[in-house]
Write a protein that binds this ligand. Structure first.
Ligand code: NAD
Length: 315
């Protein structure tokens, strides 16, 4: 049987270095290719793509034409890949797990920032305005926090929140021990702050729709480090503009593909409504961006590529 090869597409310098080191350690042949340079993908290679790559039917067909049947993404989420087409083409797709702490810590950072309205404070300071906020903030331990999704990241978020002394409740279709689960609508109605940790799927798209946002506690805060599509952005903007919600901190936004990771200053942004709001903190899908996560992704990509080889060999 032909030895498996890993082909990593669209890597930055750090990703190349990390993948090269792990592949060498495991004696796994590794090659790199640019985005859409499909002819550079070795036939039958196990392919690794970026989290921000939109892997649609055209891309999948191009890869399948290179006899690619195994696709790994350098992200936990797989919602940027057309899974239905991949399955139709006989391709297996896997997200690659990495340190959940890197995302959980970022969620906590955004919670603390939102609770103090730090986005507005910092932009005022940048304009030379050093006045205090009009209203005093709340401490995290005085808040009821609703954690939606208690998988790897949500579980770490709960552990960190407990260290802050918050009252924590959660919603998930799977229940784990020692967590106070509530029906989603009840959780939304009771929480001073809601934080989202679900994957984006057909079942979770717009889980926070207009009706659910209307059921949230008046003045609540929303933190989303999962996927923008979990929230109806237009309904969220309305709730923030009217003061129904007192703030949001978003690392992910609907329609971010093709928008984030470029300098958009001077352009009329799709996100103008969000960035015009002083009670919104917006960051460009950054939660994953740590050295440890990079190292984990490289190690797990190589391991999962070798596991896939074993699966193919065993039929
Ligand atoms: P996970 O699979 O460990 O946990 C997901 C949880 O969601 C599970 O407990 C599952 O039971 C629950 N769930 C799934 N569908 C559900 C539904 N329809 N109703 C109720 N519960 C449901 O995933 P994770 O590692 O905790 O990651 C969560 C998400 O975070 C990822 O899918 C990804 O979208 C996002 N993420 C974002 C970044 C970033 O940089 N911003 C980085 C990593 C992950």
């Amino acid at each position: 049987m032909q030895k498996t090869m890993l082909c990593a597409i669209d890597c930055d310098m750090e990703e190349r270095q990390a993948l090269r080191a792990e592949a060498e350690r495991a004696a796994l042949p590794l090659t790199f290719a640019g985005w859409s340079d499909w002819m550079a993908v070795p036939r039958g290679a196990c392919v690794s793509v970026r989290h921000a790559a939109y892997v649609d039917e055209t891309v999948l067909r191009a890869l399948r034409a290179r006899d690619v049947t195994r696709l790994l993404t350098r992200s936990v989420g797989v919602d940027h890949i057309d899974l239905a087409t991949a399955s139709r083409l006989g391709m297996r797709v896997h997200g690659v797990p990495y340190s959940p702490d890197c995302v959980a810590e970022y969620a906590l950072t955004l919670m603390l920032m939102a609770a103090r309205n730090l986005g507005a404070v910092l932009s005022r300071v940048h304009r030379g305005d050093y006045r205090l906020e009009p209203h005093r903030a709340r401490e995290l331990r005085d808040m009821r926090v609703g954690v939606v999704g208690t998988g790897r990241i949500g579980a770490r978020v709960i552990a960190l929140l407990r260290a802050f002394g918050c009252t924590v409740a959660a919603y998930d279709r799977v229940h784990t021990e020692d967590v106070n689960y509530l029906p989603l609508d009840e959780l939304l109605a009771q929480s001073d702050l809601v934080t989202l940790h679900l994957p984006l799927t057909a079942a979770t798209r717009h889980m926070l729709n207009r009706e659910r946002i209307a059921r949230m506690k008046p003045g609540a805060l929303l933190v989303n480090v999962s996927r923008g599509g979990l929230v109806d952005t237009s309904a969220l903007c309305e709730a923030l503009e009217t003061g129904r919600l007192s703030g949001a901190a978003l690392d992910v936004v609907e329609g971010e593909q093709g928008w984030f990771y470029r300098d958009r200053s001077g352009e009329t942004p799709t996100f103008a409504r969000l960035t015009a709001l002083s009670n919104v903190i917006l960051t460009p899908h950054t939660a994953f961006y740590t050295g440890r996560a990079l190292a984990d992704v490289a190690k797990n990509t190589v391991e999962m590529c070798l596991e896939e080889e074993g699966r193919v060999a065993n039929g």
